[in-house]
Write a protein that binds this ligand. Sequence first.
Ligand SMILES: [Mg+2]
Ligand SMILES: [Zn+2]
Length: 204
Amino acid sequence: MTGDTYVNNMKRKAIFLDRDGTVSREIGYMTDIKRLQLLPRSAEAVGAINRSGFLAILATNQSGVARGLFPARSVHLAHARLRSLLARKGAFLDSVYFCPHHPREGRPPFRMHCQCRKPHPGMLLRAAREHRLDLKECYMVGDSVKDMEMARRAGATPVMVLTGYGRGERERLAESRNSRPAQIAGDLMEAITWILSRHGNPER
Ligand SMILES: [Mg+2]
Ligand SMILES: [Zn+2]
């Protein structure tokens, strides 16, 4: 086997990012995409991922689609806006996954018991297949207990941020061992700095 083949067969790693309350401001259901705003230092944090050996992959629940509050198309538009806000600061997402479903609200096809709605691990499992990721080497950064639980179920390392719902959610952490974060960080930049420092890749 040549060295090149070996490299090509190596599994990759990613830092998964929740969207609302982690990368962008938590504003409830996004019925108007113009309200989508980055949190301070988010673009810098995503840029730091881009310069590391990790992929930056968004994973977000968007049950507003199932609830009939907005069409799936506006989720794609919101993500286009998010990408362009990041691009202004030289940062990018390698991939985006969202779950439009809800088990009880709305109508089929979006009303369903899916495996992609957090805390189910479906989005991470699918990303692992599509990007050949070793989930044990991956991290999930989010502001909610559901994000932490999804990470644990997928075998990734959960990191909690105190932006968005983070401060309130922190009190719920004690209730569930399955959702205990490996680290709690003030914001996304702090979370990414911690992750990269564990891999000998401190952000300068
Ligand atoms: Mg969130
Ligand atoms: Zn789903």
